[in-house]
Design a protein around this ligand. Structure first.
Ligand code: G3I
Length: 332
């Protein structure tokens, strides 16, 4: 007999989970109890929705949207433009050679128009462009076929096409390592450039794939302040708190250690306290999963290594971290 996570933070922000057909099948009631927003983990990505130029496959995405509708939950759309999980045909001509800029942009427009219009009654917010900024080096944008063929304004174009398809949708740029100073500045610059050219961008998504030590709370705060200074809304879009540091490649744990559990509790408390402080700017917190029985981190960065990154355990019971986060809800 414990409160619902999203109810606890009703006055602050939405609380979402990334879902897929398997997790909804297995845990639909649990997910609808604690979360009031969903994001499709893979099912709205380009390769899933649009495997061939003249063929769309909407089945899985439709069923996620139908679930959300039945349960009165919001839907975040993820994602219209990415360098990953995108089909080859998009970038090629019939002979398999790289296509030209005009064709690529017209295919992009057509994809965005079809997808955004199909879900306009349900998806209130889109990750229009995902992970376009480079992790290191002096270049702002990561190398990709989008950049090679269309040039850097594929990003602004995507925002324009999405806005034309649904003028009421909130349009986000979404990225990871978003709280590290170098990448933070690149993301800031990209958003600033988009605003300067009048592109319809409304927010920045902080993916928040974090762990027990990094990024520091101070780095997260600085990222929030910096992005917010552009006048954009922020959302935490893919949160998880891995119990392993990045270079810890141990594979021998059957359960998190006591120390990991204690540090994870502390991290969650610190982060939710911080999010609450910025509740006028942060409008949603989405976890990249719902409970410890399934997470993409079970396969990353070590294939088949179990991780325990959430507030609920593998049996969908609240972890002690949940209770501590719940206690924050009443804090002023
Ligand atoms: O569906 C196939 C299955 O048929 C096959 O047998 C199996 C064997 O590997 O692979 C399955 O596809 C996997 C797919 O997830 C569905 O489970 C892919 O290999 C795997 O690469 C894919 O991973 C997804 C990843 O994006 C791709 O980059 C993760 O589930 C998904 O959680 C992850 O999500 C991303 C966000 O979109 C963007 N931000 C980072 C985040 C985590 O990487």
């Amino acid at each position: 007999n414990f409160p619902k996570l999203h109810d606890l933070f009703r006055d602050c922000f939405d609380i979402g989970a990334a879902v897929n057909p398997r997790t909804l099948d297995r845990a639909g009631d649990f997910i609808a109890r604690h979360y009031n927003s969903v994001t499709a983990e893979n099912e709205m990505k380009f390769e899933r929705l649009h495997p061939k130029e003249d063929e769309y496959t909407f089945g899985d995405a439709d069923s996620i949207v139908a679930f959300a509708r039945t349960r009165g939950m919001k839907v975040r759309g993820h994602t219209l433009v990415w360098h990953n999980q995108t089909t080859d045909w998009l970038f090629q001509d019939k002979m398999g050679r790289p296509t030209d800029r005009e064709t690529l942009l017209s295919r992009l427009k057509s994809h965005i128009d079809t997808v955004v219009k199909r879900y306009r009654d349900d998806v209130y917010c889109w990750d229009v462009v995902n992970e376009a900024v480079s992790d290191d080096g002096p270049k702002l944008l990561r190398p990709s076929k989008w950049l090679d063929i269309a040039g850097e304004d594929f990003i602004a174009k995507a925002f324009e096409f999405a806005h034309e398809a649904d003028p009421s949708a909130l349009l986000f740029y979404n990225d990871y390592n978003e709280s590290y100073p170098d990448k933070r500045e690149k993301i800031y610059k990209l958003a600033e450039d988009l605003l300067a050219r009048g592109a319809p961008i409304h927010g920045i998504g902080l993916q928040a794939h974090w762990n027990l030590t990094r990024p520091s709370l101070d780095e997260i705060r600085q990222a929030i302040e910096r992005y917010a200074s552009l006048g954009l809304k922020l959302q935490i879009t893919e949160m998880d708190v891995s119990v392993f540091d990045w270079d810890d490649r141990r594979t021998d744990l059957a359960a998190p250690t006591e120390e990991m559990v204690a540090r994870q509790e502390e991290r969650y408390v610190q982060m939710f306290r911080l999010f609450k402080e910025y509740r006028d700017i942060i409008t949603g917190i989405t976890f990249w999963g719902a409970a410890d029985d399934y997470t993409w981190l079970d396969d990353f960065p070590v294939r088949g290594r179990k991780n325990w990154p959430f507030l609920f355990d593998a049996g969908h019971r609240p972890k002690p971290a949940f209770r501590k986060v719940a206690a924050l809800a009443d804090e002023r």
